[in-house]
Design a protein around this ligand. Structure first.
Ligand code: DX5
Ligand code: ZN
Length: 235
């Protein structure tokens, strides 16, 4: 199995699941983002971390930046919103035509309304949970989402080690999705590397954000292929 077959279509469980690698440009050279995007063209999507310095203690991109990234990127944008007032500002990212928008359950007062607003713009929708947020908080949302993001670090910065204690939640989420027979992608974000990706895939994750693991490599395409193979347990 080489390149993924499903891309942003969603593969049914428990058939053979395609593994998706989404490099995070948080670890890219911000002065050369178009060039950096060109080095990850074999990835399934580029993960764009939007931070507002309130929901997390870091500040990154706004809508203007994401709009430009969308224009120059050779691959779809997977936008991860780490912002307050996401019910109000989240739809502005979907309006840009990005492939997918992820919001944090902790930041939304009206998740069902937000999902509807995001979907009406044509984007896929994902919900994210911080390391200490139990899955019971998103229980009602399974029928409404395309992807569930389990944070495996406290959101805010790249290059942190994966929190081992979050892996039980990856398995719990995988089982919850399988029990419901739903086509929901299961994404992990934070500290994913060639050292641990096989283990995380074995728990049921199928979509992997990798910032420092990809942008810290000299040959990004080679690293993306390696991570994908390891996730498929082929390496
Ligand atoms: C952290 C971000 C991540 C980050 C991951 O808040 O959501 O997407 O870029 O970086 P690594 O893969 O280096 O942990
Ligand atoms: Zn992220």
């Amino acid at each position: 199995m080489g390149q993924t077959q499903c891309s942003w279509q969603f593969c049914a469980r428990p058939k053979v699941i395609s593994m998706h690698i989404h490099p995070s440009i948080l670890s890219a050279d911000f002065a050369n983002l178009e060039k950096e995007l060109g080095t990850i063209s074999t990835a399934d999507a580029v993960h764009v971390d939007v931070m507002d310095n309130h929901f997390v203690p870091n500040l990154t991109f706004g809508t203007q930046m994401v709009d430009r990234l969308q224009e120059v990127s050779p691959i779809p944008l997977d936008v991860h919103l780490m912002i307050e007032n996401v019910d109000q500002y989240g739809p502005k990212y979907a309006e840009l035509g990005v492939a997918s928008v992820t919001f944090h359950i902790e930041a939304s007062q009206n998740p069902l309304g937000l999902i509807k607003a995001l979907r009406s713009q044509g984007s896929k929708v994902a919900v994210a949970v911080r390391p200490n947020t139990p899955l019971s908080q998103i229980e009602d949302l399974y029928p409404e989402i395309d992807m569930l993001l389990i944070m495996t670090v406290e959101p805010g910065f790249g290059g942190q080690p994966l929190m081992e204690e979050t892996l039980a939640k990856v398995l719990e989420a995988s089982n919850a999705i399988a029990e419901r027979g739903m086509k929901i992608r299961l994404q992990v974000d934070g500290g994913v590397s060639s050292q641990n990706i096989s283990r995380i895939a074995a728990l049921g994750a199928d979509t992997f954000v990798a910032g420092s693991a990809v942008f810290g490599s000299l040959d990004r395409d080679e690293q993306i292929a390696k991570l994908r193979s390891l996730a498929h347990n082929l390496a």
